[in-house]
Write a protein that binds this ligand. Structure first.
Ligand code: ZN
Length: 426
């Protein structure tokens, strides 16, 4: 029975001698085994052995009736502390596999309680010195810059936290990568990836995803609704062939940095302002003409819109950028769709007539925060980008487009044309 983990040995007597025991956790291999059989005890005493890279032969601690306490409250996080009576030491275990740690502690319990009969059923260690591999810190970072270095048959190291594979001509995201539970940063820039997976697999801790300079044409909506919704902070999609963003990208609630420079985007999703944590946004070298109304809700550090085709002039024949798009009353279809959105009715494709379902997918939001599909009017105003960002690269103003659901909202807007975002239904 061996356990690979980080161990911090703390002497409890040091503070009472005025010495602050400064120690750093070491990668260790813990083992439980028997040693030293005699006539009185033919099986020998049970020991706990702690081997590190510096001391592969290990230090042995007698177990029977020598454990003051075992602290196992954070066992699910791979942590536990063993408080020995003699010597007065605490063995602080961390970064262990929770399942292995549980097994280890249950065998340890048999050892210090002296339950020899139960212990004889368990496979114990022979207390031989640890090998180098057993006390080596697991690899957490891997950089692959050549195709020939890419692992073909072997697995990626299990505890990998950062993986960079650049310029290796990958055509898809390797399923073996999706199994890396601890991965926090994945950089697959400079490959030939055409599509991202719909499901991120086990990558629930992923905070940084870079897939710049690939051949992506779309971002799968389901990927934005997966565990990445809360974990992803940095998304780099620069230098691809994206033509539009799925609205679900606005669900990436933790996103701090978004880079979509050098794509073929013509617009941003209506709810883009939902990305309230966004601080750095680059959409340089795209074909964006107008920004959604919700863009005004953002508060960012840096924005780059250089190389886009903003048209700041007002629509022809309209007063103050206003343009009526609907005459008379809204259609029955429109009323039904608005009611479904307002009441937050959950629905599937089977529940609704097809044309209504299709209609619902084209939701726009009025300045009053109400839904509309065939807006009563739309208005376009030039917007000073300094109001949403400290640093601007490229244009300082951009047109912003909002929708108006009814004559009521239109009159509100006309009454307060300089601050249409304050137009709210009372
Ligand atoms: Zn409205």
């Amino acid at each position: 029975m061996r356990l690979s983990c980080d161990v911090d040995l703390k002497n409890r007597l040091l503070p009472s001698h005025g010495m602050a025991g400064k120690s750093r956790p070491m990668r260790c291999s813990l083992a439980i085994g028997r040693r030293g059989s005699s006539d009185s005890n033919p099986e020998g005493a049970v020991f706990l052995m702690v081997c590190s890279a510096k001391n592969k032969t290990g230090t042995k601690y007698k177990l029977k009736e020598n454990m003051e306490q075992v602290f196992a409250r954070f066992i699910e996080e791979g942590k536990a502390t063993l408080r020995l009576k003699e010597p007065a030491q605490d063995i602080c275990i961390s970064k262990a596999d929770p399942l292995q740690l549980k097994n280890f502690l249950s065998v340890l319990k048999l050892g210090y309680k002296g339950q020899s009969s139960d212990l004889s059923k368990v496979h114990l260690s022979t207390l031989t010195p640890a090998t180098t591999a057993q006390v080596e810190r697991p690899k957490t970072k891997l950089v692959i810059l050549r195709r020939s270095d890419y692992p073909v048959l072997e697995r990626f190291p299990k505890g990998l936290e950062s993986l960079r594979v650049n310029g290796c001509g990958l055509s898809r995201v390797d399923p073996r990568i999706l199994e890396l539970k601890s991965l926090r940063a994945l950089d697959l820039s400079g490959n030939r990836i055409r599509a991202l997976p719909n499901d991120p697999g086990q990558l629930s801790a992923l905070a940084e995803l870079k897939v710049a300079n690939n051949l992506l044409e779309r971002l799968p909506p389901s990927l934005c609704l997966s565990s990445l919704r809360t974990s992803l902070q940095f998304l780099d999609l620069a230098g691809n062939s994206l033509k539009f963003f799925p609205p679900q990208i606005c669900d990436l609630a933790s996103l701090l940095r978004l880079n979509v420079a050098n794509n073929q985007l013509t617009s941003l999703p209506e709810h883009f302002g939902q990305l309230s944590r966004l601080r750095f946004f680059s959409a340089a070298e795209n074909q964006i003409e107008v920004l959604p109304f919700s863009f005004m809700d953002l508060a960012m550090e840096e924005v780059d819109f250089s190389g886009n085709c903003f048209k700041c002039e007002m629509a022809e024949g309209s007063a103050a950028g206003l343009q009526r798009t609907q005459d008379g009353f809204p259609s029955l279809l429109e009323v039904a769709a608005r009611a479904i959105k307002k009441q937050r009715v959950s629905y599937t494709e089977e529940d609704l007539p097809r044309h209504l379902y299709h209609h619902l997918s084209q939701v726009k939001w009025c300045v009053c925060s109400g839904p509309c599909f065939q807006p009563y009017a739309k208005h376009r105003v030039p917007f000073n980008l300094h109001r949403v960002a400290h640093t601007l690269v490229g244009p300082t103003a951009a047109p912003i487009q909002g929708f108006i659901c009814s004559a009521f909202c239109l009159s509100n807007l006309q009454a307060n044309p300089n601050a249409p975002w304050k137009c709210r239904r009372k």
